[in-house]
Structure formats: structure tokens, C-alpha cells
Write a protein that binds this ligand. Sequence first.
Ligand code: PLP
Length: 438
Amino acid sequence: NKYEQLTGLDQKHFLHPTTSIKQQQATGPDFIFTEGKGVRLYDMKGRSAIDGLSSLWNVNIGHGREEIAQTAYEQMKTLGYSSCFATYSNEPAIRLAAKLAEIAPGDLSATFFTSGGSESNDTAYKLARHYWILKGQPERKKIISRSKSYHGVAMGATSATGLKPFRDFTNSNAPDFCYVDHFSREALRQTIEKEGPETVAAFIAEPVQGAGGLHIAPEGFFAEIRSICDEYGILFITDEVITGFGRTGTYFGMDHYGVAPDMMCFAKGVTSGYAQLGGVMISEKMHKDFIQLSEGTLLHGYTYSGHPMACAVALKNLEILERENLIQNARVMGEELLKGFQRIQSERGIVGNVRALGLMGAVEIVKNKETNERFAEPLAPKIVGEAARRGLICRSVVFDGQDTLVFAPPLIINQEEINELISILNDAIEAVETGIPV
Ligand code: PLP
């Protein structure tokens, strides 16, 4: 039958991103998705599941939006593609750049477009280094990032990623990257001093660390980071690839901290995943410096920088986000999600710390609630499996001895759907806790 045929072709021809090749060969795909509607995904076997991670933290406005499809269709019919190199431009790209300047933190005012988060990160590092060349400080090359950070898989982005297994995937990474403990201001200061402030181009951080286990910075943290960067004249880059566009209950994650970066990477939620788009914003000051100091050509650009269809989709996505008050909904439903986690925490013996900021949340699995001791073999992956069988898709994080479940449902989620998510999660944890598969 068709399902078996597709499974065979998948195993033979499809090299999946971020996957266990052995498992793919043993079982084939768990789900072959065919449709998405609202917070739910449907597969070829007729099963449905709540998309508890908005797929890859990106489907913010939910699945199956006809308005977006219509926008993409109209744009592709009129102008499917044109270049933005040199003196060429197009209306959706221009309007999106202007819209982003309106909503972004601080004085971020000009956008360089890419096709995703990894390209955005590599672009940010290159623009930062080029900026220092223009400013007459070419020795400022080093990029400092944090432990437990994830910045993507392009060569620069992987090299900045604090999660070591990603860097160990190859035996060679890009030079001039260094790492500091994720919440230590002192470590940042010491690293800058040790490396020599005159050799540091930028410090990069996610407002809330996502892929590394969902770590929320304490209040005041980024204000201190900003002042350390200012003290040493270092550029501060925020990676809002996950936290941008409403995810945490504010337009951008950094809005919680009231801090403006010099540069900001974005992707994912800018189109809610309906088109491949990312970008880097730079401050008005940096932009003015570029205009004043740049003599030759800005020798950095992707074929799809400023893709008209992707930009048109992004504009429509932002219109929906605002029209339906989804950022406000993320804040309100985020509180309900956290309350649900807390209920599970009080009912289940193996749930430790729970946390959420807007609709970005985590549940830690522990052997001992008092001491925070972990199980020798992490249980979160098993819980993910039990949840999937019951109709909830989520993710486990087991890097660095963690045993954590992470969640980021679409920003359209309502109370009833939160209750369903929590109920399935509770059942899945109970099934693993009691060791009785259902
Ligand atoms: N930065 C952050 C914070 C991310 O979470 C991700 C992806 O999850 C990336 C960058 C990489 O983005 P992409 O997968 O679109 O290249």
C-alpha cells in the first residue's frame, strides 16, 4: 500500500535533518503528515496530534491558514522571484523591512534578509566583523556565545553553538569563537579580559535558550550583559529565531528585559513557517556607520535575500498576529500552560522544575524532587513517545545531563486545547512513571 511504499522510499532516499539514521532505517518515519489545521497535525494513518512545539518552534499562527496560501499564490502569480542584489528591489521586501523597523526593539532599523536562522547567524557574525574592519579595528574578530546555546548548523552558526555535540559532529569548526557559562556575567567579563577586549567583535545570546533545554534568564540579566558589552565596546547580538514574533508573550523576547541589542537575528515565526525566511537587523547607528564608511560592495548576499513571496507571506503573518491579538493570547495562555505544568508537578513523583515564559515552557524529569537527582537513563524521550501515541507532539532535551520536555504550542491555542495538552502530558508521564505502557 501507499504508506508502506512511502516508508520504503523514505528509508532508501531521504536523509533526514537531525535524526537517528539507525532508527530511521529500523522503523521508518513515525508520522507521515498530510495536513495541518489550527494547533493540530494529521497523518496518513488518520491520526491527529496537538503540535506542542509548533513543529520547530515556528508555526506561531497555527496550521492551515488559507489567507497565507492566497497571499503566496497572488505574489507568485505576479512576481514569483526577482533579485535584490545591487540596485534591484521589490515591494514586499521593502515593506517588510519597514514593518520590522517599526516593531523591533530599540533602534534596530535596517534588515538584511536570509532564508533561515542559520544563515542569519552567519550573516550577523560576518556583518559584525566587517563593521569592525570599517571602524579601523580589524583585530576585533571573536564571537563569544553561551553554553547551552543553539544558533544553527551553518559553519559559523554551529561554531557559535554552545551545545558541544553539534560542534563535535565534524572535527573542524570555524576559528574565533569562544563560550561562556550561560548565566554568568562574571564569566563573560573574565573571558573578554582573557581574550583581550580589542579582539572581541560581539557577544550573542538567545533571550530564552530554546533547543538547549529552555533556560529563562533571570530578571536584570540582559541589562547587565548590555552594560558589560558597552564597557568593552563589544556589539551585542540577540538571536530571536525562536523568541521573536510573539512566542514569549511580547513581540520579541528582549522586550521582557527592556534591552536593545546592536543586532538581532530572526527567522521561524516571521512567516510562521509558511515560507523560508530569516534576517538580521542592525541598529540605526550601525547602519549610519555602514553608509558613511563603506566604500566597496557589501560582499555578502543570498540568492533568496528578500524573496518576494516569502516577504509577502511574512507581512500577512504579522498582520494576522496583530489582528487576532496572538501576542496577548500567548501571554494569557502561557500562564495557563504553566499552571497546568504545576498541577502535573504536584501530582507526579518524577516532575521537578517547571517553567514557562509566554508559550515557551519546560518540564524537568527528576528521580528525586528534593535533591534534583536525575535518572541514570533519561526518561523524557520515553515520555515524548508516550505523548505522541496519545496525540501530543513535543520534544525532549537530554544534552548536558538534562532530562527535560520542552513545549511551544501555536500562539492561537485556547484554554480547551491547553487542558487537552496537559491531560495527555500527565497521562504520558504517569505511564512512564508506573512503567505500565498503555
Ligand atoms: N537560532 C536559534 C535560536 C534556533 O533555535 C535555530 C533553530 O532552531 C536557529 C538559530 C537555526 O535556524 P534554522 O534552522 O532556520 O537555520
